[in-house]
Design a protein around this ligand. Structure first.
Ligand code: HEM
Length: 71
């Protein structure tokens, strides 16, 4: 598997982790004494999504600059 495919797969699966962490955060808010650190849980996958997403965004342009064809 090449590097670009790997980043796309990472982005796809981390997006699921992000959704799960959001659900956990919403359930935590509904509790009487919520554990505050749970509110910050989605920030971890979101940070990963930001960087892998920016990579995926730049990919077709970088390929074009190098004179290749974006797939
Ligand atoms: C945080 C900033 C984010 C950026 C900059 C970003 C950017 C991108 C880009 C550029 C693509 C590729 C589009 C393409 O060329 O087809 C992509 C795909 C995708 N994004 Fe994001 N994204 C972000 C966050 C998210 C979030 C929050 C989710 C969902 C919870 C998400 C889910 C997905 C999925 C499922 C794909 C398709 C992946 C695939 O092709 O297998 N992204 N994103």
């Amino acid at each position: 598997m090449n590097w670009n495919k790997r980043v796309r797969q990472t982005h796809r699966w981390v997006s699921i982790a992000f959704v799960v962490s959001m659900i956990v955060a919403f359930v935590a808010i509904a509790q009487e004494e919520p554990a505050e650190w749970l509110f910050y849980l989605p920030l971890l996958p979101l940070t990963l999504l930001l960087f892998t997403g920016l990579y995926l965004f730049a990919l077709p342009y970088v390929v074009r600059w190098r004179g290749g064809r974006p797939s």
